[in-house]
Structure formats: C-alpha cells, structure tokens
Ligand binder design. Structure first.
Ligand SMILES: [Ca+2]
Length: 148
C-alpha cells in the first residue's frame, strides 16, 4: 500500500514538474540557454528560478508591461521584423546600450547576472573590472545566437 502511494506521489510530482517546464515561455527558454544561465543550475527547467520574469517584464509573473530592457527588445523586433528572438536579443546586447541607465551596459549586466531593465539591480564590482572579465570570457560574442 505504501509503495502504491509513493508511486502515485512520484507521478503527481512528475506531472506537476512537466507542467512547470511546459509553462515556461519560449522567449525565456531561449534567453536562458543563449545567455548561459542554464549552466548555473542543472535543474533550471524544473526549478523555474533561473532568470526571473523581471529580466524583461515589470511584473514578477511576466506579461505586460515590459521594463526598459524588454522595451529595447521590442524596439529591436520593430526595427528588424524578420529577425528571430535570438537575433534581436543579440543585437540589443551588441549595441552596448544601458537600458536602465544604471551605468552598467546591458551585456555587462547579463554577464554579472543582474537585471538590465531595473536600475536598482546592478553589479557591485566596478565597471572597468567587470569589463575586463567580460572581455576575457569572450565579450558579447559569447551571447551570439547558437547555430542549430
Ligand atoms: Ca540594472
């Protein structure tokens, strides 16, 4: 009896987990992998904690409205309507802009794992020091769209 209950509990957990994975929006899935955030947590697809929705959105649960970084991506789509999300994401980072105006360019914030669309979230490390580490790691080209 206990074995049956354990199996049922395991199935329920698996179903809930699958629901979490399939609920993650495609743009978020793409960005997490393109920017290497998946390397931080081997169970990132299940935890749902890697790269919060506020990376691009104002609200913690996503949807409208978008923050200034999300708006920069929307502008990228408007400027290059034939580009896919990966290309737009890369072009915004390669433009070396600072969407939230906190003094740290968007690509540097991605590298430092802070929020490029929230001025209250920024690295504590001096920019010059971070820039050096960023370039040593491959610079913005490390975020180029992956060829499939
Ligand atoms: Ca920021």
């Amino acid at each position: 009896m206990a074995g049956v209950l354990k199996r049922r509990a395991a199935w329920m957990l698996a179903l809930l987990t699958l629901g979490t994975v399939s609920a993650m929006p495609q743009f978020r899935l793409t960005a997490i992998q393109q920017l290497g955030y998946d390397k931080l947590d081997p169970l990132w697809q299940y935890s749902g904690k890697v790269m919060s929705c506020t990376f691009c959105h104002v609200n913690k649960k996503g949807g409208a409205p978008w923050n200034v970084f999300g708006q920069a991506l929307q502008q990228g789509f408007a400027t290059n309507p034939k580009s896919n999300f990966s290309q737009v994401l890369y072009s915004v980072l390669a433009a070396n802009g600072d969407a939230d105006g906190d003094g740290y360019p968007d690509a540097i914030e991605v590298f430092a794992r802070t929020l490029p669309g929230d001025a209250t979230s920024h690295p504590d490390t001096p920019l010059a020091e971070l820039e050096q580490a960023f370039q040593a790691a491959g610079g913005v080209t490390q975020y180029a769209p992956k060829v499939k």
